[in-house]
Design a protein around this ligand. Structure first.
Ligand code: PAF
Length: 284
């Protein structure tokens, strides 16, 4: 496994891999790797000739500078894990390689980014879309792997891939969960053991809505109420939003029809904001 710091080196390796007609798989990350990231790497390893993982703490997607400063960074530990999971290349560029002092070009994916996570984290998706565009342009992957937990990020990345004409297939990997059902996230480490157990109420509430959907409930307001009343049973849970949306356009839905539909929630526990979602009507 080679660790690459320079964009020029990453470009030339990517060019060589294309010439050799290798299927290049790419997993973009910000490091601090956990089982959720490793599931993406595993899927990438199973489907591609070459596995490239990026590690870059992307400053433009943080709207709180304290969060950016506190973000855990341990390239040595991450690289050791990636070697174990048989990654071929780790692309870990310096900040100045990606964002020179006079950097001034951003990617805005309109329409998908103003609601849900976009309203509580202004500018977040502009930062995500910008870095994903830069990384895709350097690595030119055939397949890129993202987790279903970040459903809005998935929709944004799919849209920019189509709109900007990247020849990359976006592969969405199911959310990895703790035994309690809580979705894995680097934020979980900021929860106490008790809060972590209690936070499983989020997925339990979403699953209750899915059960009602399976029994025939098609009204989004009623499904939202099911989630809300289950969350209200847990005094620690502060609800930010519960939304029933189209999986691709992220537009709110009133009556669920044939299009794939998500029920998503963002809930804060003791100051730690968690998100999760379930697909109500997955198409085969
Ligand atoms: O999901 C993440 O870790 C980040 O948003 C990503 C896609 C690596 C972009 O910085």
């Amino acid at each position: 496994m080679e660790i690459i710091n320079r964009r020029q080196r990453m470009f030339s390796i990517a060019r060589k891999l294309r010439r050799e007609a290798k299927t290049v798989g790419f997993v973009p990350t910000m490091g601090a790797l956990h089982e959720g990231h490793l599931a993406l790497v595993k899927e990438c390893r199973a489907r591609c000739d070459v596995v490239i993982v990026s590690i870059f703490v992307n400053q433009t997607q943080f709207n709180d500078q304290k969060d950016l400063a506190a973000y855990p960074r341990d390239l040595t530990a991450d690289a050791a894990l990636l070697a174990e999971y048989e990654a071929d290349y780790v692309y870990a560029p310096e900040v100045s390689e990606i964002y020179p002092d006079d950097f001034s070009t951003y990617v805005d994916v309109e329409g998908l980014t103003d609601r849900m996570e976009g309203s509580s984290r202004p500018g977040h998706f502009r930062g995500v879309a910008t870095i994903v565009t830069i990384l895709f342009n350097t690595v030119r992957p055939d397949l890129a792997f993202f987790g279903q937990k970040d459903a809005q990020q998935v929709a944004v990345v799919k849209r920019l891939t189509r709109d900007l004409g990247f020849e990359t297939e976006i592969v969405v990997v199911p959310t990895v969960r703790e035994p309690s059902g809580l979705a894995l996230s680097s934020r979980n480490t900021r929860l106490s053991v008790q809060d972590r157990e209690k936070a499983a109420v989020v997925i339990n509430a979403l699953r209750e809505a899915k059960t009602a959907f399976k029994k025939g409930e098609r009204n989004a307001a009623d499904l939202t109420n099911i989630v809300e009343s289950r969350l209200r049973d847990e005094p620690l849970a502060e609800i930010d939003y519960i939304s029933v949306v189209d999986r691709d356009s992220l537009q709110p839905i009133e009556k669920i029809g044939d299009n794939e539909t998500l029920i998503c929630a963002a809930v804060t526990f003791s100051g730690v904001r968690l998100i999760d979602n379930v697909i109500l009507n997955r198409k085969q």
